[in-house]
Design a protein around this ligand. Structure first.
Ligand SMILES: Nc1ncnc2c1ncn2[C@@H]1O[C@H](COP(=O)(O)OP(=O)(O)OP(=O)(O)O)[C@@H](O)[C@H]1O
Ligand SMILES: [Mg+2]
Length: 243
């Protein structure tokens, strides 16, 4: 050990100092570095797994640039929505309360959900934001002849993701009974495993209860789950393509 350090000292520039010359400390540092590196790989794999599972990483290309910093909040309600989203991301991991972003079109529900997602991915968490229609399509494909995933396997994976955001809750689905059962199952399983879930919708609370049943909303509000109303003018006409 000393030999190595002595030999390294000879070839190292003067300003470079070894992290330690103590043997035990040296091994502790090496162990810490390799533990952190392998943790990073595990986390990266978790996000990459989503690519394999869903065909893309957790956040859709349209919302790749959405951040808290580029969310324009002009009114008190918009500022409140922004702050609730920031607080959710900041406190992530301290509980399993989820969020419902409910309101009219183009008001930034996906924008803030994607901003939360980016923030968590940067912290090494896995995030999937998926529309209910895509989710149903993915589940239907588990019944194909040579399907890679079983229904149970897919359900398990979706329950492993650190944050699952279900988008377009309440848009009419081809088989709404199956959709309701699946969303119930996901919410039930995730909350019982203390994993948060986010929902984006144009429906009101009463309408969601009508579509998905009261049990779902009741579970969504567990452990300080938040409900945020997005009821202002659509931002879509202001969106410009920078490409
Ligand atoms: N306050 C805002 N500041 C900056 N960009 C915004 C804001 N609100 C919305 N946008 C942008 O407008 C577009 C539409 O927003 P978004 O997709 O979040 O709407 P939504 O609330 O999910 O609407 P819908 O209910 O129709 O799905 C996105 O490109 C988003 O980045
Ligand atoms: Mg949306």
């Amino acid at each position: 050990m000393m030999n190595i350090i002595e030999r390294l000292k000879k070839i190292m520039p003067k300003h470079v100092q070894p992290i330690t010359t103590n043997r035990d400390e040296y091994f502790a540092v090496v162990e810490k570095i390799s533990r952190e590196a392998s943790q990073k790989t595990v986390e990266l794999n978790r996000q990459n797994r989503l690519k394999y599972l869903i065909g893309r990483s957790g956040i859709s290309p349209l919302h790749q640039d959405c951040r808290f910093e580029n969310y324009q909040a002009y009114t008190a309600d918009q500022r409140a929505a922004l702050h609730q989203a920031i607080a959710f991301a900041k406190n992530f991991g301290s509980g399993f309360g989820g969020f419902v972003f409910s309101g009219s079109c183009g008001t930034g529900k996906n924008h803030l959900a994607a901003a939360i997602g980016h923030c968590l991915i940067n912290k090494g968490k896995s995030v999937l934001c998926i529309t209910v229609a895509d989710l149903m399509m993915r589940f239907r494909s588990t019944y194909e002849k040579h399907a890679e995933w079983s229904e149970e396997g897919l359900l398990r994976e979706l329950c492993n993701v650190d944050l699952l955001v279900l988008d377009e809750i309440g848009i009419q689905h081809r088989n709404s009974d199956n959709t309701q059962i699946l969303i119930n199952q996901l919410v039930d399983r995730r909350t019982s495993h203390k994993k948060p879930i986010g929902m984006l919708t144009n429906l009101t609370g009463e309408q969601i209860s009508g579509v998905l049943g009261e049990r779902v909303l009741d579970r969504m509000m567990m452990d300080n789950g938040i409900w945020v109303n997005f009821n202002w003018e659509s931002y879509r006409s202001k969106v410009k393509c920078h490409a």
